[in-house]
Design a protein around this ligand. Structure first.
Ligand SMILES: Cc1cc2nc3c(=O)[nH]c(=O)nc-3n(C[C@H](O)[C@H](O)[C@H](O)COP(=O)(O)OP(=O)(O)OC[C@H]3O[C@@H](n4cnc5c(N)ncnc54)[C@H](O)[C@@H]3O)c2cc1C
Ligand SMILES: NC(=O)c1ccc[n+]([C@@H]2O[C@H](COP(=O)([O-])OP(=O)(O)OC[C@H]3O[C@@H](n4cnc5c(N)ncnc54)[C@H](OP(=O)(O)O)[C@@H]3O)[C@@H](O)[C@H]2O)c1
Length: 394
């Protein structure tokens, strides 16, 4: 564990992706209730002393560190100490750094490619290992190789082919740069000018009989200690944001962690005295355990600061209910809001949810507006052109 420096951080307003601010986490809290299958956490990161500013709708970038246990296993399997100097090809450094530092803060330990399989095949001395590697590299094994690599990280390959004996330098030359991860800010600067709130789904799963951990989400959840460990952050500005005209209505669709920016939008609009109405669609697995920030939404609703709150619990009944089902069930009113100039926002999963919500929006416009699918598509295009349909999906 590294300690937060006691001296004040350097000159204000110079922090960026190239020079991230060593911020302090001041709060870490589980948002799901006991019995949930999910692990979604609320983090508060202080920007005090950084000179950094943000707007509702912006994201922060975070530079994570890899798991010490995984770094230690790699060092052990290389028969190294961690102190060996290395010059990883991807980092374009002018001076070597220690192997342990390279593996902890600079290089990604996941995502092996065929290139390392080729290197292992050239270096393996054990006949069984050599045969397995040659099989994986044969032209007819393309799909097998893809599945094999999908289920493995670099440490798995060192464990499975110990006779290949890579040097520290040979290994690091196969690793990609460890990239920062972006998180939608879940707070408004009008309410929290020197803090950013984050809503993070912690990624944990199992492949090839090993427990895997999403690098950044578990860095924040497991390895950052509140008040002590520095978290290297930068602000990533976005065009995504609440309407400049506070009189406009807002429809916000944000299941799962997609709710994050809409917590910021509503805080922001309440604090600025925006008169437009807020309509929030939220969904997650179970109402009893996964209603993220449920108390806050209930209070906003009770005070009329959120005019409508529609909740889709996908696993509270046999048939899945999703946010787009709630949109369809309220199609006439949604259409009235849109015709009245409302802005429509979507945040969260890009692969399935955002596509299905887009289809639902087109269907609602077509049916409620009495338009052909082509005319409905034009209507939605116009919404986008007027920046009244914005998405922040990942
Ligand atoms: C603009 C933007 C905003 C974002 N906002 C948020 C936010 O508010 N909250 C949030 O939680 N995330 C958000 N994200 C996503 C976030 O940036 C990270 O991608 C996410 O936290 C995972 O990062 P990680 O380092 O923990 O996982 P990584 O180490 O990057 O691992 C993730 C990878 O693990 C693999 N994987 C995951 N689950 C499984 C599984 N079950 N089986 C097999 N493989 C699997 C997949 O290959 C996946 O790509 C946002 C992304 C963007 C671009
Ligand atoms: N690999 C993938 O395909 C995938 C998909 C989504 C999220 N993720 C990742 O999983 C992590 C957790 O995400 P999260 O907590 O934000 O929530 P999430 O997994 O996106 O789930 C939130 C809610 O959305 C529902 N959902 C699933 N498919 C949907 C669809 N097509 N349309 C509308 N809603 C749908 C989920 O239902 P059910 O789960 O009950 O179906 C759940 O109720 C994130 O890291 C995210 O990037 C991965």
């Amino acid at each position: 564990m590294r300690l937060y420096p006691m001296s004040a951080p350097a000159a204000a307003a110079t922090y960026s992706k190239d020079q991230p601010f060593p911020a302090r986490m001041t709060e870490s809290r589980l948002l799901n209730k006991p019995g949930s299958a999910k692990e979604t956490r609320h983090f508060v990161v202080s920007l005090a002393g950084s000179g950094l500013h943000y707007s509702a709708g912006d994201s922060v970038g975070i530079f994570p560190e890899n798991r010490p246990s995984e770094v230690a296993e790699i060092i052990r399997r290389l028969d190294a100490t961690g102190d060996e100097p290395v010059l990883p090809a991807m980092l374009k450094l002018t001076a070597p750094i220690a192997l342990r530092e390279a593996l902890t803060t600079r290089l990604a330990l996941a995502g092996p490619t065929a290139k390392i399989v080729g290197t292992l095949a050239a270096k393996a001395t054990d006949v069984h290992e050599k045969a397995k590697l040659a099989g994986l590299l044969s032209p007819e094994s393309k799909d097998v190789l893809a599945t094999f690599l999908d289920e493995r990280e670099f440490v798995d390959l060192l464990a499975e082919f110990p006779s290949a004996k890579l040097t520290p330098q040979e290994l690091v030359d196969h690793l990609r740069k460890l990239m920062p991860r972006l998180y939608s800010i879940a707070s408004s600067p009008r309410v929290y000018p020197s803090d950013v709130h984050l809503t993070v789904a912690v990624v944990r799963y199992r492949t090839n009989e090993r427990e895997r951990a999403g690098v950044c989400s578990t860095f924040l959840a497991d390895r950052v200690h509140v008040g002590t460990t520095p978290v290297r952050v930068f602000v990533s500005s976005s065009h995504f944001g609440p309407p400049e005209d506070g009189a406009k209505d807002c429809i916000m669709v944000g299941p799962g962690t997609g709710i994050a920016p809409f917590r910021a939008f509503v805080q922001d609009r309440v604090a600025s005295g925006a008169t437009g109405r807020n309509w929030v669609f939220f969904g997650d697995q179970k109402g009893a355990t996964d209603f993220l920030y449920g108390d806050e939404w209930e209070q906003y609703l009770a005070k009329g600061q959120v005019a409508r709150l529609d909740l889709a619990w996908s696993r509270d009944q046999f048939t899945k209910v999703y946010v787009q089902d709630k949109m369809r069930a309220n199609a006439a009113e949604l259409w009235t809001w849109l015709q009245g100039g409302a802005h429509f926002y979507v945040c969260g999963d890009a692969k399935r949810m955002a596509k299905d919500v887009d289809v639902a929006l087109h269907d609602i416009v077509s049916v409620q507006g009495g338009m052909t699918p082509a005319l409905a598509a034009d209507y939605v295009k116009q919404l986008k052109k007027e920046k009244r349909y914005q998405r922040d999906v990942y």
